[in-house]
Design a protein around this ligand. Structure first.
Ligand code: SF4
Length: 270
């Protein structure tokens, strides 16, 4: 991707956790491109760099203000890691007075994250893999567990323990997401163990996601061509409930399906 941000959609979004979507929606800005290339990407329509509109820093700041004016609970910047600098400058211009959520893959450098300190109040990182082999197979990033460990520690350092307001909305903090991949339960167990050991004592929220939906056919990884089985779902849920982690979310199994993927049709950008 180039120096300027490319945006595919900017609109109220109701598909996030209740503490992010609330009743009026989260002001989601979907950026094109990604610094990872996961083979199963649920947003492959835009994460490979296709589509979208290139915006100057000033135009991006205008877009942030326009979204805030729609009454959303927060600005939710989805996959903006590779645009950290223009996004930081646009936030400095727009000065939003609602929480800014940085919604990312967990594969960030602490240096990039420090550029966002004071501009972002909520981090929403994935913790995709505890298993380096799974990280290599699915994202060509065997260093993912180590990189994400350092990144998420930096996020929690910046935000401190999570804070919910009187309406149950996340004002500040770090909500870690993990998408359970079919056939990869040991990786999921490793992620749950990592969260329990790294952030004891109610410092972070964990969202265990069961909505995995095949979007492309994989000859190499047949396990990715199906959704979770009920047995996998039950085992993951039981492991979480026995882990000691008390704060967070667990999706219902029927969350799987392409309805969870928004239309990347230029809404709010054209
Ligand atoms: S990090 Fe997320 S958006 Fe990027 S390729 Fe992986 S699944 Fe897709």
């Amino acid at each position: 991707m180039g120096e300027e941000a490319v945006v595919a959609r900017a609109a109220p979004h109701f598909g996030e956790e209740p503490c992010i979507s609330g009743t009026r929606g989260s002001g989601a800005v979907f950026f094109c491109g990604c610094n990872l290339g996961c083979v199963y990407c649920q947003n492959a329509a835009i994460s490979r760099g296709d589509g979208g509109r290139t915006l100057s820093v000033e135009a991006l700041a205008d877009l942030f203000r326009a979204l805030q004016d729609q009454g959303v609970h927060n600005l939710n910047l989805v996959t903006a890691t590779h645009f950290t600098e223009p996004v930081a400058r646009a936030l400095e211009l727009a000065k939003p007075d609602i929480p800014v959520v940085f919604n990312c893959g967990g594969y960030e450098s602490p240096e990039s994250l420090r550029r966002l300190e004071g501009l972002v109040s909520v981090y929403l990182p994935d913790m995709k893999y505890a298993d380096p082999l799974a990280a290599e197979n699915y994202s060509a990033a065997p260093d993912y567990p180590a990189v994400a460990d350092a990144a998420i520690r930096e996020m929690v350092r910046q935000t401190g323990p999570y804070v919910l307001d009187g309406e149950g909305l996340l004002r500040r903090g770090t909500l870690i997401r993990h998408l359970i991949l079919p056939g990869e339960l040991p990786n999921t167990f490793g992620v749950i163990d990592w969260v329990a050991e790294t952030f004891p004592g109610r410092r972070v929220l964990l969202s265990l996601m069961s909505q995995y939906t095949p979007v492309v056919f994989s000859e190499t990884y047949p396990n990715l061509n199906r959704t979770l089985t009920p047995a996998e779902y039950r085992r993951a849920k039981r492991y979480l409930l026995e882990s000691g982690i008390e704060d967070g979310y667990f999706q219902d199994l029927d969350a799987a399906g392409k309805d969870a993927i928004p239309a990347f049709d230029g809404t709010g950008v054209e």
